[in-house]
Design a binder for this molecule. Structure first.
Ligand SMILES: Cc1cc2nc3c(=O)[nH]c(=O)nc-3n(C[C@H](O)[C@H](O)[C@H](O)COP(=O)(O)O)c2cc1C
Length: 703
């Protein structure tokens, strides 16, 4: 295409004539100069002056076409011999003038602007053209009309000069091989070929990069006598290429026989080049946007997964098939050893090979690129994996075979990075059928490796924090001590999502006098420090309740003072309940509530009641009013203490949920305490909870 580039340096005439609608066929007439009659017309000229029978006088044809000069003069007025058509009929050349024609299809009176060129064919080689003039009426841009009307004579003159740059050709299809019989001087300006090409078919303009399909369409149109517009690469006499927008139109006589073809050539190289540059720029922008969308899509999906192994499993499947035929991710464990490999293939039929590859990953040699990138010895790499290369980087024949089945070809290997460390590697393979990866792909994959590395590291840190919070929480929540005549069960359920491990606690222990104390509470906050604070508050409650066999209101009141006195800023809710020691089967209970949800009692007859209380939360300083309430728990009754995670739900009111809890408690009241706890959690929280949950269930047994 060197010729094309050379042509780009020049200026095409098409760009100097912006008003003419290039590529749109014009009306073509062949006019007899002597008697001023139109002898031949092309289909567009027939449409412009409908119902005209040829031959017909030029004036008559102009009248039927409703032609007017730019100034609005009636061209057909015999007194107006300045009209371009009549001047042409008198043998004068007209290099370009603006006229308007009535649009027969348009009732609104809008007129069509046309550019008239009239060229005497006195120099034509073919005898039949002698004494004729070629008239071409080319469409002008509509928006040019207003401007044109105000154009100065000078501008009109300069345009007339430019119009002579339009290249016209006439061929005779009735001669062998449809040769050119006339060309105007502008043809030589555009193509470099002069009159010596008359007598040849115009295909001499074509060359190695001319689109054969476009040529085929021209051939078909000419065969069928149709007008055609084609944009195709042509070659000048000096061998340079140019984009030619050629319009070829058949000219017919009165019987409808095609007597000639008229071709109008325009060099539109600059326009094509501009369009191509714009398209290329658009494609680059589209590509960049697509890559960004891809990157953020993968990162978003990875960030949603909080389990590090699940996130690693997901990574290769997110790049397949959009980015690679198959891919695998390798992660390092804390000791720097390969933890495991996850592979994903775009062809489901290769799933078992991908699975086998995962199992055999240890057989991938240390010298393989993936391992080198993993060890941080090599940065992001773009390579071609040849068949014979496979044996060199694999330890067993089986893994080599599996690799070959999964597909070799182009490969991109990038590190997964987090906090400046290589934590893994991601390998993408094109397989044999896809185009090889590009430098752009490598850049995208490198970016992806950085983002994915951070997402995977976040998942790992999250899991680590969650595990440590949960471990701490559980270690602080010791199992309840047996109490005489009471069965007690407890449950702690960490939040289903996010690091919502928190400060919920329960406790059950026996005071020196044999009374049992059951506690439920919730220290505000959802992190390791909330769990630690919970541990302290729980211990304080134990110490206070055990030391002096204190009653609940005293325990809670002294706790207010202790928290303030020890400078603990903890806020917490709690219910401290004491099952008083005694010989009766039915038990006397006392409780004190500090801003906590009320315990629920299911009596042996199945009726449900709540143990209301009205104290405010703990941690607001000493001197709070701490009220103690009392009641009886009959033998067979069940007492339930719980934290808000059991009943709180974003889409339901607290009143509804407490009502639901009472119903569920009534249904489950007959179960043993352990089964009751499990069934209660399952019924109240079938999808788990956003918050952590602690519950205590206590049943009064006969002594
Ligand atoms: C009047 C006229 C003008 C033509 N101008 C061009 C031209 O500028 N560039 C070109 O590639 N082909 C041009 N052609 C088309 C070729 O001459 C020829 O018809 C085309 O290559 C299809 O025929 P072929 O398959 O026999 O070559 C023109 C044809 C005619 C009749």
């Amino acid at each position: 295409m060197d010729g094309t580039n050379a042509a780009l340096a020049g200026r095409g005439i098409g760009d100097q004539l912006p008003e003419v609608l290039h590529g749109r066929p014009g009306a073509v007439l062949l006019v007899h100069v002597g008697d001023g009659t139109v002898l031949f017309a092309n289909p567009l000229a027939e449409q412009l002056a409908p119902g005209v029978t040829l031959p017909c006088p030029v004036d008559e044809w102009s009248r039927r076409a409703g032609l007017e000069s730019s100034a609005g003069d009636d061209i057909t007025d015999p007194a107006n011999d300045a009209s371009p058509l009549s001047r042409i009929a008198h043998g004068e050349p007209v290099h370009g003038e603006r006229v308007t024609a009535a649009r027969s299809s348009d009732m609104s009176g809008v007129r069509e602007a046309l550019w008239v060129v009239g060229l005497p064919l006195s120099d034509a080689s073919a005898d039949q053209l002698h004494g004729l003039a070629l008239v071409v009426l080319l469409p002008l841009r509509e928006e040019g009309m207003v401007r044109d009307a105000q154009e100065s004579a000078e501008q009109l003159h300069s345009r007339a000069v430019l119009a002579s740059d339009l290249s016209f050709t006439i061929s005779d299809p009735n001669l062998p091989d449809n040769p050119l019989v006339w060309i105007n001087p502008a043809f030589e300006k555009v193509t470099g070929y002069g009159k010596d090409v008359v007598g040849q078919n115009c295909r001499f303009l074509q060359g190695p990069d001319t689109d054969v399909e476009a040529v085929r369409r021209i051939r078909k149109a000419l065969r069928e006598g149709d007008t055609i517009t084609e944009l195709l690469l042509n070659y000048r006499k000096d061998g340079t290429a140019f984009w030619n927008e050629v319009v070829i139109s058949p000219v017919k006589d009165s019987t409808g026989r095609v007597t000639h073809f008229v071709g109008v050539q325009s060099d539109v190289t600059l326009r094509v080049q501009a369009e191509r540059e714009r398209d290329a720029a658009l494609a680059v922008a589209r590509d960049a946007r697509r890559r960004l969308e891809f990157l953020s899509g993968v990162t978003d999906k990875l960030s949603e997964v909080l389990d590090p192994l699940a996130a690693q499993d997901l990574l290769p499947s997110l790049v397949v098939p959009d980015f690679a035929e198959w891919a695998f991710a390798t992660l390092l464990d804390a000791t720097g050893r390969t933890r495991h490999i996850r592979a994903s293939h775009s062809d489901p039929a290769r799933a078992s090979d991908a699975a086998r590859f995962q199992e055999l990953h240890a057989a991938l040699g240390d010298n393989s690129l993936s391992m080198q990138v993993l060890r941080g010895e090599v940065g992001p790499s773009l390579v071609t994996v040849e068949d014979d290369h496979v044996d060199a980087v694999t330890r067993t024949e089986e893994i080599a075979q599996v690799l070959r089945r999964l597909g070799l070809g182009s490969a991109v290997v990038v590190p997964l990075r987090a906090r400046g460390q290589v934590t893994g590697s991601l390998t993408l393979l094109s397989g044999p059928d896809r185009p090889p990866f590009t430098e752009d792909d490598l850049a995208t994959a490198t970016d992806l490796g950085a983002r994915a590395g951070v997402a995977l590291e976040n998942a790992r840190l999250y899991a680590q924090q969650r595990t440590s919070s949960e471990t701490l929480q559980r270690s602080l929540l010791t199992d309840p001590r047996d109490a005489p005549g009471l069965s007690i069960a407890t449950r702690y359920l960490p939040a289903a999502e996010a690091a919502q491990v928190g400060g919920d606690w329960y406790d059950a222990f026996t005071q020196p006098d044999g009374s049992s104390v059951v506690v439920i509470g919730d220290v505000m906050g959802h992190d390791v420090s909330a769990a630690a604070a919970m541990g302290q508050v729980r211990t304080l409650v134990r110490a206070l309740a055990y030391d002096r066999a204190a009653e609940p209101a005293e325990v809670v009141g002294r706790l207010d003072g202790l928290l303030a006195g020890l400078g603990m800023t903890t806020l917490a809710t709690a219910v401290v309940l004491q099952v008083v020691a005694g010989d009766d089967d039915d038990r006397h209970v006392r409780w004190c509530t500090a801003g906590h949800l009320p315990p629920v009692v299911v009596d042996p007859d199945g009726s449900v009641r709540v143990l209301e209380g009205d104290g405010i939360v703990l941690g607001l300083g000493p001197g709070q009013v701490r009220t103690q309430h009392e009641s009886t728990l009959p033998v067979g009754s069940v007492l339930l203490l719980y934290t808000d995670g059991l009943v709180e739900r974003r889409d339901r009111s607290m009143t509804d949920r407490l009502g639901e809890l009472r119903e569920v408690a009534r249904d489950l009241g007959g179960l043993g305490v352990h089964d009751l706890c499990d069934a209660l959690l399952a019924r109240m929280l079938p999808e788990g909870s956003d918050d952590d949950v602690a519950i205590v269930a206590l049943r009064v047994e006969p002594r």
